[in-house]
Write a protein that binds this ligand. Structure first.
Ligand code: MN
Length: 213
């Protein structure tokens, strides 16, 4: 049996939410246009991420992971529970790290900007290295800007659902390199997706993750 985690009482109805729930987007589904279309966001969030949530609920029912946090699942689980739990976390990091182009500031500031200059030479060199790492990924996976506990930055590309938390690193930027993230809008032109996505990176969120590390 699932344990009831939340109760929402609304206009006389009581809705019980069981287990893991689909994380809400912090913006409307058309808010990232034209870089990322509403159709892409609707399929990506509403179908792909929802499928991971539904599957994780099935897989964890009656197991020790039924009431675990997603972070605990990412750090300690294996196999299908890991794959589905980590994909939920990866997508929260991805979607929460984006914002409408009109609200995006285009580049980092403050402590994070200084660290990017120190560790990559320049902001353009950072983006170039990130794009090369993402472009060289064969198959499905993610490209990350990561930090260690001391604030040293790095770029990491991982296969499938893997997450830098498994290696003790703090994920700052998560870019989804599964085809479902770009195929509707960019078809096979993965580099166009990568070049355009910088327009909608929410640097305020990335800076917050860096200062919270
Ligand atoms: Mn995805």
């Amino acid at each position: 049996m699932h344990k009831i985690k939340n109760l929402i009482v609304s206009t006389g109805f009581i809705l019980a939410i069981y287990g893991f729930t689909l994380p809400e987007l912090p913006y409307k589904t058309d808010a990232l246009e034209p870089v990322m279309s509403r159709e892409t966001v609707e399929y990506h969030h509403g179908r792909h991420v929802k499928a991971y949530v539904d599957k994780l609920n099935q897989l964890t029912a009656g197991t020790d992971y039924e009431n675990a946090s997603l972070t605990e699942i990412v750090r300690t689980s294996t196999g299908s529970i890991f794959n589905n739990g980590a994909q939920i976390v990866n997508h929260i990091l991805f979607f929460d790290g984006l914002c409408p182009e009109a609200e995006a500031k285009g580049r980092p500031s403050g402590e994070l900007s200084d660290a990017i200059m120190r560790d990559f030479g320049s902001f353009d060199d950072f983006k170039k290295k990130f794009g090369e790492s993402a472009g060289n990924l064969f198959g499905s996976g993610w490209t990350w800007l990561i930090s260690d506990a001391d604030g040293n930055l790095g770029i990491m590309t991982t296969q499938n659902a893997d997450n830098p938390l498994r290696n003790g690193k703090v994920p700052l930027i998560a870019i989804d390199m599964w085809e479902h993230s770009y195929y509707i809008d960019y078809r096979n032109e993965k580099n166009n997706y990568l070049n355009n996505i910088w327009k909608i990176v929410d640097w305020d969120m990335v800076e917050k993750r860096y200062s919270d590390r």
